[in-house]
Design a protein around this ligand. Structure first.
Ligand code: HEC
Ligand code: HEC
Ligand code: HEC
Length: 343
């Protein structure tokens, strides 16, 4: 306890100096937005995250080098808006919050510092936990692989606010602590945090032991360089629909557009899997069993609009419009595709 207090006041003292520095640095005569400005701003990050951006366990600051630009931007913005670091028990998030607010949006500070961070070499942190990696692998395959990928690299696609980040540069102590925060609503539970809510579903109800197992497994993954493109996804089979089965106002073209939307990054496929076959996070949509609705077209549209806050048989909720910004017409198209699956 004493150790923690000393450490916290030490951090607070350093942090106070850092904020003063950042304020000075953002005045006139400082570099224009870009790499040079980012490097200068990074001096305010390195006391906690390390000169190489590889993190500091004593200060509980994670590795940030090795992450991708869209993810870093999304998290810095969440800290600024108190969508992350909002909970009174989140000591680490509360420490990071003020740092993010020393970055000035009108000076392009986030873009600049992110540009610098992604220019740093990718760290390869050592494993420090020794839980059951085999049990963790089974968890990962059932609950994580759809979003973070077989290799843990995450995705690098549109809809950045929904996509799953890379896990490969992270320290195990940080992964385990983040998973507990998502589970306990200390992270990812602020209003409007669609990506956080998406991540909360797979860990809801997970024991500490299971969290340690899956974390131990993640540390065994091969550390592939960031942004080496993986194999392209297999093309979707052409959707053949008998127009006669479609309800009024629904066309074959809508169902075809819906198939593409359904399989788009972060939309439905992450939970309902390819072709809507279902998995641990969401039900099979190809059979004639319906848990929440009667399976008629309008009920599918309504369900996608409102989501499923309290699932019958699955660990976490489905958000309204799956947490995305798809339009009403796109919801009707994706519902048309779902309608055809069980018929
Ligand atoms: C006073 C220490 C401190 C300073 C200075 C600091 N951070 Fe942090 N940062 C943290 C801590 C602690 C966390 C972990 C929060 C958590 O566990 O949720 C964090 C988390 C982050 C994250 C989230 C990483 C992830 O994988 O989700 C980013 C991004 C980040 N910091 C960027 C920065 C940048 C950029 C700067 C400089 C402008 C900076 N930090 C300065 C302590 C600090
Ligand atoms: C449905 C998609 C989805 C699934 C399944 C999923 N994640 Fe995530 N994960 C995300 C998204 C989206 C984020 C970013 C959330 C945010 O912005 O806070 C994330 C964030 C994380 C983070 C935080 C990374 C960081 O740098 O702070 C960790 C760790 C993580 N996931 C691990 C896991 C593990 C382990 C599993 C399986 C038990 C899992 N995820 C399952 C989508 C998913
Ligand atoms: C974060 C995971 C997740 C995502 C992403 C997701 N769903 Fe769901 N979906 C669920 C869960 C959980 C349920 C409710 C299951 C239960 O009640 O046990 C559900 C239920 C449904 C149902 C009703 C099934 C029934 O038997 O009641 C439909 C239809 C559906 N989803 C369609 C979609 C469509 C279309 C998308 C994309 C726009 C989508 N879902 C995205 C998790 C997800």
């Amino acid at each position: 306890m004493t150790r923690l207090t000393i450490r916290q006041s030490f951090t607070a003292a350093r942090a106070a100096g850092i904020v003063a520095f950042a304020a000075a640095a953002s005045g006139c005569g400082s570099p224009a937005p870009g790499l040079a400005r980012g490097e200068m701003l990074f001096d305010t990050c390195s006391p906690c995250h390390g000169a190489d951006g590889a993190g500091d366990e004593v200060l509980a600051a994670p590795a940030i080098a090795g992450s991708s630009d869209w993810y870093l931007t999304s998290q810095l913005t969440k800290f600024q808006d108190r969508v992350r670091g909002y909970h009174y028990t989140d000591a680490e998030g509360l420490r990071m919050g003020p740092m993010s607010r020393a970055l000035w949006s009108d000076l392009g500070d986030i873009e600049s510092v992110v540009e610098y961070v992604v220019s740093l070499p990718i760290p390869d942190p050592p494993a420090t936990m020794e839980a059951d990696a085999a049990a963790g692998e089974a968890e990962y395959e059932a609950l994580c692989v759809n979003c973070h990928g077989v290799d843990g690299r995450g995705v690098d696609q549109p809809l950045p606010e929904l996509n799953a980040p890379s896990l490969l540069h992270l320290n195990d102590w940080y992964i385990a602590s983040s998973l507990r925060k998502y589970r306990d609503g200390v992270r990812g539970a602020a209003p409007g945090d669609a990506a956080g809510a998406t991540m909360r579903a797979p860990v809801s109800g997970m024991s500490d032991e299971r969290i340690d197992n899956v974390t131990t497994y993640i540390m065994t993954m091969q550390r592939l360089p960031r942004r080496i493109p993986g194999p392209p996804p297999e093309p979707l089979p052409a959707l053949i629909v008998d127009a006669a089965i479609l309800p009024e106002g629904v066309t074959v073209e809508m169902a075809q557009e819906g198939q593409d939307l359904f399989h788009g990054a972060g939309v439905c496929v992450t939970c309902h899997l390819r072709g809507g076959g279902g998995g641990p996070l969401a039900p099979d949509l190809t059979d004639d069993v319906w848990l929440n609705i009667d399976g008629e077209y309008e009920s599918i549209v309504n369900l996608v609009m409102t989501g499923v806050p309290l699932p019958q048989e699955h660990p976490g909720p489905m958000l309204p419009r799956a947490g995305t910004s798809i339009t009403d017409d796109q919801v009707r198209a994706v519902a048309a595709y779902v309608f055809t699956l069980s018929r």
